[in-house]
Design a protein around this ligand. Structure first.
Ligand code: GLV
Length: 326
């Protein structure tokens, strides 16, 4: 098959080998860094397919540079980095990698819940600094997790996987989504509006995709509705939270803390966030296990192979393009 396929960054196997078997020419950025705009334009030019990452901004300009391209396969479940409408207009398919990172991301959300409430990272810092004064009845008290109410914003797969874990901690479950979720209901979660969820939850965990509707969904007004003893957990996308407003409430002690894996302007953080000892901060590790990243690599490659073989890709996000072609 005489296809030219690009991979925008060094990724784990098996995707690269799968694509190397399918193509005459595999052009891959072999470095573990994002390409700049000019490099990205250059790489995608003349390609039939591109495997890209959430750190690549695929806008109209990049799509125009990839005039012959049939598919951009994003190696991520989120695809806010791709202008899907612009791709659809140009007849380019867009795919993502849902499902395979659900459990791994839910594990990390649970780690943030436990870690921020029980001050795990803070305790580690104290030990390493030699500041442990010995056990004390008032030393480093945190918040309870078991039996506390968990509010899940967004009723998708990852939220349901977090709910499943939280049930092991006897946590009453609330959820908020645009429609009822049978998965959530089966776990005993109660559907509520966002205000109720914010007011009643001890942990508010975000699981919505980033879109115009969810940008700054958790703003100063939303944060003000949370209990002073509650925690915000974000493993979704940074811009879902107004990060400056979050810093203000953390500094004021208006909520108990936050467990954050994603940021508004990655890799930067809002000024002051790093000084908030009541925030547990991780560098976007939701899907960061070798097993999960390998599965994502395989699925992204499978989507490309399907298109190169004239089949509909399994994770197509803009089916109108396929219907237009078939
Ligand atoms: C990770 O953040 C993803 O969307 O896959």
């Amino acid at each position: 098959m005489s296809s030219r396929v690009a991979i925008t960054r060094l990724i784990p196997e098996p995707g690269p080998t799968m694509l190397a078997h399918q193509t005459v020419e595999l052009v891959a950025n072999s470095e573990d860094r994002s390409l700049d705009r000019a490099e990205l334009r250059g790489l995608v030019g003349g390609c039939d397919a591109v495997l890209c990452l959430l750190t690549d901004s695929i806008d109209a300009d990049i799509l125009d540079a990839a005039a012959d391209c049939k598919i951009f396969a994003n190696m991520a479940v989120g695809y806010n980095n791709i202008d899907v409408a612009a791709a659809t207009k140009r007849g380019i398919m867009v795919t993502n990698t849902p499902g395979v990172l659900t459990e791994c991301t839910a594990d990390l959300a649970m780690a943030l819940i436990l870690g921020v409430a029980r001050r795990v990272a803070e305790g580690d810092v104290e030990m390493r600094a030699g500041r442990f004064p010995g056990w004390g009845p008032l030393y480093m008290l945190g918040g309870d997790v078991t039996g506390k109410t968990l509010g899940l914003v967004g009723p998708g797969r990852i939220a349901a996987a977090v709910a499943k874990r939280a049930k092991g901690f006897d946590m009453p479950l609330l959820y908020h989504g645009r429609r009822p979720s049978p998965d959530m209901e089966a776990l005993g979660a109660k559907a509520v509006d966002l205000d109720t969820l914010l007011r009643e939850s001890d942990f508010v965990s975000l699981h919505v995709p980033l879109s115009k509707e969810t940008h700054h969904l958790i703003d100063a007004a939303a944060l003000a509705k949370m209990k002073p003893t509650s925690y915000l957990i974000n493993t979704a996308r940074g811009p879902v939270v107004d990060e400056k407003a979050l810093v203000a409430v953390l500094k004021a002690g208006a909520i108990a803390g936050a467990g954050i894996d994603v940021y508004e302007d990655e890799p930067a953080m809002a000024p002051g966030l790093a000084d908030c000892t009541n925030a547990l901060l991780l560098p976007h590790l939701g899907s960061a296990t070798l097993g999960t990243r390998s599965a994502m690599s395989r699925i992204a490659a499978e989507n490309i192979v399907a298109v190169l073989e004239g089949r509909r890709p399994p994770n197509l996000l803009n089916p109108e393009v396929w219907q237009g072609n078939s």
